[in-house]
Design a protein around this ligand. Structure first.
Ligand code: GAL
Length: 377
């Protein structure tokens, strides 16, 4: 299935890892549907690794672990669909998943049929234990073809972490998103690393196959499977803003059954989600920070109604001022135009008169602007 916007949803891995169950999934579906997340755009509920038994059945089919999922997967799919959500599952291009459950290698068509029969809408497809001989692109093409022929629209979410030059071949596989980085952990250093690695991959991002910077850690506060030291709420907000700005899929990774208000506000910022889901999906480009500002990342991108989005992200623990020139966006003073800039977290506005923007950023803080073109006069 092809999609024209980065998918948004929730995934079990970051917080729950192996500790997943029917009860968790049903309650998570309730919260997504009833507490504003679905309204904000989060519609895919994805069960990650560790859902099956360690052995296939006598016909070679994957079997849900009956202790974790006593009513099986079709039951879950029906419940999830009944809530207006979409159902995602997980498998792997290797002989085993990363956590040691059966992978889909040499079972691709059987597994695609099984997922279709259960009512699955999204398949995350990992890369552990893959053949050392068969190139990754062949393995992803197999599953891409299996899904395209399984009789159901299933979004193919590739997860080969950007290895083996994934960006060069992923669009040949039918995948709609591709993990462009390694795994996220609940630390600021991890956010920084993934953001840095993304810079060189921006030209590969776009309609048909979106760069996936990995699931969100917003609101984890050090709890759960990838929870380490955790981050502050300011850091989570900057992480969310960066992922949204870059056009990454937005897959929530915290326990939304116990989400605090700050986490909810971060995850449901409508203006940022609107920028993330913008129909043009144009490539973000870096603006050159003026003076020495190695800690600040500044990007802009064009939006479909003629607006421009600008994001300034302070990656370090000192206060700073983001400074940049809107010449680089295409608006030198000679055009007689400037930007009327509205910051999406604070609602504050500015409109540079001389082409240069100055904006104070707190440690680890960010500012994201939706900007309308306006006359300088
Ligand atoms: C990793 C993947 C993670 C998660 C995990 C499950 O390879 O990047 O997102 O799916 O496997 O074992």
């Amino acid at each position: 299935m092809r999609i024209d916007r980065p998918p948004m949803g929730w995934n079990s891995w970051n917080t729950f890892g192996n500790d997943i169950s029917e009860d968790l999934i049903l309650k998570t579906a309730d919260v997504m549907a009833d507490e504003g997340l679905l309204d904000a755009g989060y519609k895919y509920l994805v069960i990650d690794d560790c859902w099956s038994l360690k052995e296939r059945d006598k016909d070679g089919r994957l079997v849900p672990d009956p202790e974790k999922f006593p009513h099986g997967m079709k039951y879950l799919a029906d419940y999830i669909h009944g809530k207006g959500l979409k159902f995602g599952m997980y498998s792997c291009a290797g002989t085993q998943t990363c956590a040691g459950y059966p992978g889909s290698f040499e079972h691709e068509f059987t597994d695609a049929a099984t997922f279709a029969g259960w009512g699955v809408d999204y398949l995350k497809y990992d890369y552990c234990y893959h053949s050392p001989i068969i190139p990754g692109k062949y393995l992803y093409r197999r599953m891409g073809l299996a899904l395209a022929n399984c009789g159901r629209d299933i979004l193919f979410a590739a997860c080969s972490w950007g290895s083996d030059e994934t960006q060069e071949w992923i669009k040949t596989t039918g995948a709609s998103i591709w993990r462009s980085t390694g795994d996220i952990f609940d630390t600021w250093q991890s956010v920084k690393d993934l953001a840095d690695r993304q810079d060189a991959l921006l030209p590969y991002n776009g309609h048909g196959c979106f760069n996936d910077m990995d699931m969100l850690i917003v609101g984890m506060h050090g709890k759960g499977n990838v929870g380490l030291s955790g981050c502050s709420d300011v850091q989570y907000r900057t992480h969310f803003s960066l992922w949204a700005f870059m056009g990454s899929p937005l897959m929530i990774g915290c326990d939304i059954r116990n989400m605090d208000d700050v986490t909810r506000q971060t995850l449901t910022n409508r203006e940022l989600i609107r920028i993330n889901q913008d129909g043009w999906y144009s490539q973000p480009f870096a603006l050159t920070p003026m003076m020495i500002q190695s800690s600040v990342k500044i990007y802009a991108k064009l939006l479909e109604n003629g607006d421009v989005a600008v994001g300034c992200f302070n990656m370090e623990d000192t206060k700073t001022t983001a400074r940049f020139n809107i010449d680089e966006i295409g608006l030198p003073v000679s055009t007689g135009k400037t930007l009327q800039m509205r910051e999406v977290w604070s609602g504050q506005e500015t409109a540079p008169r001389e082409g240069t923007v100055f904006w104070d950023l707190e440690p680890y803080g960010c500012a994201v602007f939706r900007c309308r073109l306006t006359d300088l006069a």
